[in-house]
Design a protein around this ligand. Structure first.
Ligand code: HEC
Length: 146
């Protein structure tokens, strides 16, 4: 009886696989609880969000003449955006289908936090904010190494 039940659950899971909304249901059957499964779309979405934010950040820091308070608010907002996108990928499980990501995310988040804290100070210090793209290298090899 157990076997029959397990069989029909698997069949159900297979049906659910056709519906992307229910992909999570299937993963619950397929992967152990200790395993974090990252959806490609989820990782890409977060990376694209971070790319847009760091590009805007670089542009902002290069621009002269913005009112200091506006500039500070914007720098902090963009770093908060990077932080939120990255934080959504955090995983308490150590094993995942993106081990590089799981292992390096906390180091990256710590640097984003530091950059944000320095930018929030009075007077602000944007040194760490200006070099945040360097922190992407925790996971991405520098162009020179490719
Ligand atoms: C903790 C690890 C990690 C950090 C830090 C990180 N990335 Fe990624 N990034 C990944 C992974 C994993 C992928 C998926 C592709 C792969 O395996 O290289 C990816 C993919 C990307 C992509 C391709 C997205 C697509 O549409 O396919 C871009 C662009 C990107 N990252 C930009 C950035 C930028 C900009 C930063 C820094 C603000 C950054 N990443 C920091 C792990 C990371």
């Amino acid at each position: 009886m157990r076997r029959v039940l397990a069989g029909s659950l698997l069949a159900l899971a297979a049906v659910a696989a056709c519906n992307s909304d229910q992909a999570a249901t299937v993963r619950n059957f397929t992967y152990a609880r200790e395993f974090r499964y990252y959806d490609e779309q989820e990782v890409r979405g977060a990376m694209q969000r971070m790319s847009v934010a760091v590009r805007q950040l670089d542009a902002l820091l290069k621009t002269d003449g913005a009112p200091p308070e506006t500039q500070q608010q914007e720098v902090v907002r963009l770093l908060t955006e990077v932080d939120a996108a990255a934080r959504a990928l955090r995983s308490p499980q150590r094993a995942s289908n993106h081990p590089r990501l799981t292992e390096n995310l906390d180091a990256f988040l710590a640097e984003v936090e530091l950059a944000r804290a320095s930018a929030q100070r009075t007077p602000p210090n944007y040194y760490a904010a200006g070099s945040i793209t360097g922190s992407c290298l925790h996971c991405h090899a520098p162009a020179s190494a490719r």
